[in-house]
Design a protein around this ligand. Structure first.
Ligand SMILES: *Cc1c(COP(=O)(O)O)cnc(C)c1O
Length: 586
């Protein structure tokens, strides 16, 4: 296999059962969105309007994800002969942009899809919909105004309000039209970045001890409580944890019924992990499929004598893939010194004459240590500073080039050797040589990069039929060192790849290792040509990023391109916020 669309799909992870539904690479190497039989070239959408970047919202993807979840639950219900009902609800927290809510609402009727909200403004955002007696599950901290608003809405919605403490019990006593949910702390620690959402010390929900105390004073709760609500955290990447939480919930469900509660609904909260990265083994990628997730939950509750109604409350999974954040590269600089090989340096000659990887590693180490000593004593004049900078750059370059040469000569065996234990060599093989400045704000457009070190898949919008030329990091417009995106994960299994296609074409850096997950601290990209408008995309920015967006350096709003289908199934494209382009360099 030579470099081409197929390898591009693999390296940039435009595959899998979600992305391959709506994304692809066309013959000219451009990233396209496919809606039915129509192909939309994303590059053209941005360039035609001279945009510095945009959030591209592909609304049919939200509907696809809803269909997919519903379908999987129905399959599992049939498989286990499950008798309870299925009640999906969408948590507004994941994304409550009006266009997202409208899309979900307008697709929800056939599934009876309800909502979950936790604040007054979230509930307000739902007021405009007719409700149609769907489930509306309320958690969070309440007050009189919130309860009054809910009471007003209760003729149109089936409202269940969680009790999480004495204050909630007092606020809800007497409001008979509102059903009660019991939010119980999940004992079992989830896995992943939100594992602190569970445990007896976690922020939300009741311990059983606390519940006992509350019902002693508020006995009415026993008759009005209809829902058991347990949420173990977001993006739980391990299927074993999902099963453990489901089993814990089943035990509590039984216990509560023995206590006299008439619980009808069990809600395991969110946590269904979205596959952001191709690795399938880190926080950003579940070790299970949607089908396996659903199967485990339905199986656990099918073992009960009474099958409760199951509530699905996933948010991230439903909305993550609908937004792509595309940004234009407007400048490029060397990552550090840059520079060509050459000059008379003993350390460099040693590196270049290394006969094998071990020897190279030793020479690389010696050179690194020498440089570290020199850097510790800043040069006394500009001339020695020039020399030091040059040496620093040349050593880096020499190690990378020599490693590339030895791997080309020695084949895959040498590659595996270089990537296994020989740190001084490997470090240079994956070190960026370029810094690309992109017209956007990481703080505003992909804030989770900073908040939780979230991985977003980067893909160029064009030139995917050309092998990437260099490894570079992506810097944003803010004057903040944290405004830099530096991660790229590859995982390829195909063994028929030519060795040279695993390296970038200009700086000869490593992109992937067959059969292994490789985490790079840089992104494989092309160097924008003179006058070329080079755009890259961050995929799956549709969950949480809109809501967590920050205002760093007064950059927040961004142009938007909305892709949808009209009533006749024809694709429509709507531009919004295009006046924002004046705020971003072009
Ligand atoms: C955050 C949250 C969710 C949604 O979680 P996802 O991981 O986005 O699916 C669902 N329920 C509750 C109670 C939550 O706090």
């Amino acid at each position: 296999m030579v470099w081409g669309r197929e390898l591009a799909r693999m390296i940039y992870s435009i595959s899998g059962d979600i992305r391959s539904q709506y994304l692809d690479v066309d013959e000219r190497g451009r990233l396209i969105v496919r809606i039915g039989s129509e192909e939309i070239v994303l590059y053209d959408l941005l360039r035609d309007k001279g945009l510095p970047g945009a959030h591209i919202r592909i609304l049919p993807v939200i509907r696809y994800m809803m269909d997919k979840v519903y379908g999987e639950f129905m399959d599992a219900y049939r498989k286990y002969g499950y008798k309870g009902g299925f009640y999906p609800v969408y948590p507004l927290k994941a994304n409550s942009e009006e266009i997202v809510l409208d899309t979900i609402w307008s697709h929800s009727a056939k599934y009876n899809w309800g909502f979950n909200a936790g604040t007054y403004p979230e509930i307000k955002a739902l007021e405009k919909y007719s409700g149609d007696n769907r489930l509306l599950i309320i958690d969070g901290v309440k007050d009189v105004d919130m309860i009054n608003l809910l009471e007003k809405m209760s003729s149109r919605w089936r409202i269940i309000v969680d009790i999480e403490g004495f204050r909630d019990a007092e606020l809800l006593s007497g409001h008979e039209e509102l059903d009660i949910g019991l939010r119980i702390k999940v004992l079992v620690k989830g896995s992943g970045l939100w594992s602190h959402s569970s445990g007896l010390d976690s922020k939300f929900g009741l311990t059983i001890t606390q519940l006992d105390k509350i019902i002693k004073k508020h006995e009415w709760i026993i008759n009005r409580a209809k829902l058991l609500h347990m949420h173990a955290g977001s993006q739980i990447n391990d299927l074993v944890k999902i099963e453990t939480v489901a089993r814990e919930a089943a035990i509590i469900y039984n216990g509560l019924r023995e206590m006299g509660f008439r619980i009808e609904y069990v809600d395991l909260g969110g946590g269904l992990a979205y596959p952001y990265s191709p690795s399938r083994e880190d926080y950003f990628s579940p070790n299970y499929t949607l089908g396996e997730y659903v199967d485990v939950i339905v199986r656990v509750f099918s073992e009960e004598t009474d099958h409760p109604n199951l509530v699905f409350e996933g948010g991230r999974y439903i909305v993550a893939p609908h937004r792509i954040t595309a940004v234009k590269i407007i400048d490029q600089r060397p990552y550090t010194v840059g520079g060509d090989l050459g000059g008379e340096y003993g350390l460099v000659d040693e590196i270049l004459s290394s006969k094998n990887i071990q020897e190279l590693n030793m020479n690389a180490r010696r050179a690194r240590e020498a440089i570290t000593r020199l850097l510790a004593n800043p040069p006394k004049n500009l001339e020695s500073r020039r020399l030091l900078e040059k040496l620093y750059g040349v050593i880096s370059r020499a190690i990378a080039e020599k490693a590339y040469q030895l791997v080309m000569e020695g084949g895959f065996k040498t590659l595996y050797e270089a990537t296994k234990t020989l740190n001084y060599v490997f470090e240079e093989m994956v070190k960026p040589t370029h810094r690309f400045y992109a017209s956007f704000s990481i703080f505003s457009h992909i804030p989770d990069t900073i908040i939780v070190n979230q991985y977003f898949q980067v893909v160029p919008l064009q030139r995917l039929n050309e092998k990437p030329e260099v490894l570079g990091v992506i810097s944003d417009l803010t004057c903040d060192s944290m405004g830099e995106y530096t991660r790229f994960i590859t995982r390829i299994t195909d063994e028929n790849i030519e060795l040279k296609d695993l390296f970038t074409s200009k700086d000869h850096k490593l992109i992937a290792i067959p059969g292994k997950t490789l985490v790079l601290n840089a992104i494989p990209l092309h160097i924008p040509r003179e006058k070329e408008e080079y755009y890259i995309a961050f995929l799956d920015t549709g969950a949480y990023q809109d809501m967590l967006s920050m205002k760093h350096n007064k950059l927040q709003e961004y142009p938007e391109i909305i892709i949808d289908k009209d009533k006749n199934g024809k694709t429509i494209i709507i531009y919004k916020n295009t006046e924002q382009k004046q705020n971003y360099p072009k």
